[in-house]
Design a protein around this ligand. Structure first.
Ligand SMILES: [Zn+2]
Length: 117
């Protein structure tokens, strides 16, 4: 009822039940689309196609990786951490979450030598 009074104030007039139903249905539709189909005007992650074609690791992926790994995935160090492509981009690796990990500088260098890059 408080919401109804607020709507009346915003409209600057009274409204009938048909109008009330219309507004309620529009609001419900919007809410259902957002929760069920994840529709939003501002998506938080880039389209997958973009992730797979660029060597650059997106902010979204970096956030997720840091939240997941927090430290070097090889030795556990928290110093000089780098984002590393498990499968090198030059060998077809993507910049998606599944192919990126945190490695410290030392482990990153060792991984490069091992991969002969
Ligand atoms: Zn390390």
């Amino acid at each position: 009822m408080a919401a109804m009074e607020e709507v009346k104030k915003l409209l600057g007039r009274d409204f009938d039940s048909d109008e009330l139903i219309m507004y309620a249905m529009e609001a419900a539709l919007e809410k259902i689309k957002k929760s069920k189909f994840k529709q939003t005007d501002r998506p938080k992650s880039p389209p997958l196609a973009k992730v797979n074609k660029s060597r650059v690791i997106s902010a979204h992926v970096k956030r997720e990786i840091f939240r997941r790994d927090k430290k070097c995935t090889n030795c556990g160090s928290i110093h000089e951490l780098n984002y590393d492509h498990r499968q090198p981009f030059s060998l077809g690796g993507t910049s998606g979450i599944e192919n990126i990990r945190l490695l410290c500088f030392q482990c990153n260098q060792r991984a490069r030598i091992k991969m002969k890059l």
